[in-house]
Write a protein that binds this ligand. Structure first.
Ligand SMILES: Cc1cc2nc3c(=O)[nH]c(=O)nc-3n(C[C@H](O)[C@H](O)[C@H](O)COP(=O)(O)O)c2cc1C
Length: 455
């Protein structure tokens, strides 16, 4: 297969805060919040011809019984400030930010992403999330604001309005003709009106059309509502399914939903999150991986992660003993505040964990170590490149959003050792071909409105 025909692997670089996927205690680990860390990771990703840099968002520190977790999502500063600063030190790398559609106003969101797209020369992407519980809302003084059943309804309207705002300008609206003294091509540039059940607004938008017209839309959320929202609206999905066969099923499901929504399957990319560990041999990599996981998952972390599934107080259980012998309690109020509970059947998950514990003879903590890492890719550089490429060629995904347990230097060895092998296989670009993130992802620039008042 020539590199022209071969499905290209899309790569995103993920930098999270301090949590059970990272290793802040490692002697080589640096700050999770200083500019240098973001800059190093972004520059490294660009050196490796990655499509984009990706930031998750945490609007609340997660708590259990009033206590912040043992190793929780700490060190997630404001997304727009970080991405704007990275726009200045990178040239081709997309800049993707997770921003909540529940707690933000569409007008502000449209301004912020259009501005990022302007400043970066067309590299902005918005990962639209809806948030999961009232706890996050407390930080916004809204308490139980907006029931979860309405979150996607609001997200649909938010996105429709944001698009209306982005489309309110045409790229030829600014003439700036110094000879004639004419700045605007038409007096109604930026004019918009939107009448929905969540928003009823009209006026003029302040940011002229940005290089991508519409910044790239990502989505993360896997409920049926979330899937339909993504299938109808998103250019890519940040997926939690990094393992077969779930990944293939999710891939098929989303592409089918996109087709049902009148789109081409290739218009929406599926990108699972994945961690990686490289070794000089497979055995060396597995040993390193086990060692990292063993340190990441303390007894307290193991219990808390299981409480998210059981939705019960498990603090009396011994992490070095067997899994709790009781059933989960889906009806009780959430025991963990602020955690994104990935849509799933608690009973089926518990059954699966019990089967793993039984067949592998694992303790409670060992089950968590074994089961709670997102799509680990472990092996020699050759094996890791092979796994990534074959996963993508077999439609497990269209690429990966890759994070390392080591901030900020963890991605270096991936770029030095795995990227050249992916390039040799014809699965990754040797160099950037276009200038925008849409170019990187092979997505078209959306058509503009007809001239003047045609809308
Ligand atoms: C892989 C993945 C990553 C996510 N990352 C974030 C995040 O960084 N910040 C956030 O507020 N929510 C995040 N979410 C949660 C989404 O906000 C979403 O609202 C939540 O999963 C509920 O949607 P659902 O019911 O469709 O799954 C993530 C979800 C998934 C599946």
């Amino acid at each position: 297969m020539s590199s022209q025909q071969r499905k290209q692997v899309i790569l995103g670089a993920y930098l999270g805060g301090v949590n059970h996927h990272t290793a802040w205690w490692d002697p080589q680990a640096g700050s999770q919040i200083e500019f240098d860390s973001f800059e190093h990771t972004a520059r490294t990703a660009e050196r490796g011809k990655f499509d984009f840099f990706f930031l998750a968002e945490g609007l609340a520190l997660r708590e259990r019984a009033g206590q912040v977790f043992d190793q929780d999502i700490i060190g997630r500063p404001d997304t727009f400030t970080v991405l704007a600063s990275l726009a200045a030190v990178t040239e081709h790398l997309g800049l993707a930010g997770t921003i909540n559609a529940t707690f933000n106003e569409p007008y502000e969101l449209a301004r912020q992403f259009a501005t990022l797209d302007q400043l970066s020369g067309g590299r902005a992407a918005w990962n639209v999330v809806t948030s999961f519980d009232a706890f996050t809302g407390q930080n916004f003084r809204r308490g139980g604001y907006l029931d979860s059943s309405q979150r996607y309804e609001r997200a649909e309207e938010t996105l429709a309005l944001v698009r209306e705002l982005w489309d309110s300008w045409r790229s030829d609206d600014i003439v700036a003709d110094k000879d004639s003294g004419r700045f605007l091509a038409r007096p109604d540039a930026g004019e918009f009106a939107f009448h929905g059940s969540h928003f009823d607004v009209s006026g003029k938008f302040t940011v002229p059309r940005s290089p991508q017209g519409r910044p790239v839309i990502l989505q993360a959320g896997v409920s049926p509502q979330g899937r339909d929202f993504a299938a109808g609206n998103a250019d890519a999905i940040f997926s939690p399914y990094g393992d077969l066969p779930d990944a293939v099923e999710f891939y098929r499901d989303i592409k089918a939903r996109a087709v049902a929504a009148g789109r081409e399957p290739g218009e929406i990319k599926i990108l699972p999150s994945a961690s990686f560990v490289l070794g000089t041999s497979e055995a060396d990599a597995i040993e390193k991986y086990r060692d990292i996981r063993n340190q990441q998952v303390t007894g307290q972390t193991a219990l808390i992660l299981l409480e998210q599934i059981w939705n019960r107080d498990l603090s009396a259980y011994d992490p070095e003993g067997p899994l709790p012998d009781i059933a989960p309690d889906p009806e009780a109020p959430p025991i963990i505040q602020g955690k994104a509970f990935i849509h799933q059947d608690r009973f089926a998950t518990v059954e699966r964990l019990r089967a793993v514990a039984e067949s592998k003879k694992l303790t409670l903590r060992e089950v968590v170590i074994d089961q709670f890492e997102r799509g680990p890719i472990v092996g020699t550089a050759q094996q890791v490149a092979e796994k990534i490429d074959s996963f993508v060629q077999n439609d497990g995904s269209d690429g990966f959003i890759i994070g390392s347990h080591l901030v900020p230097t963890g991605l270096d060895e991936f770029v030095d050792e795995v990227v050249p092998l992916l390039q040799d296989r014809g699965a990754l670009r040797a160099d950037y071909e276009g200038t925008t993130l849409r170019d990187n992802l092979g997505l078209a620039i959306p058509a503009e409105r007809e001239k003047a008042s045609a809308r």
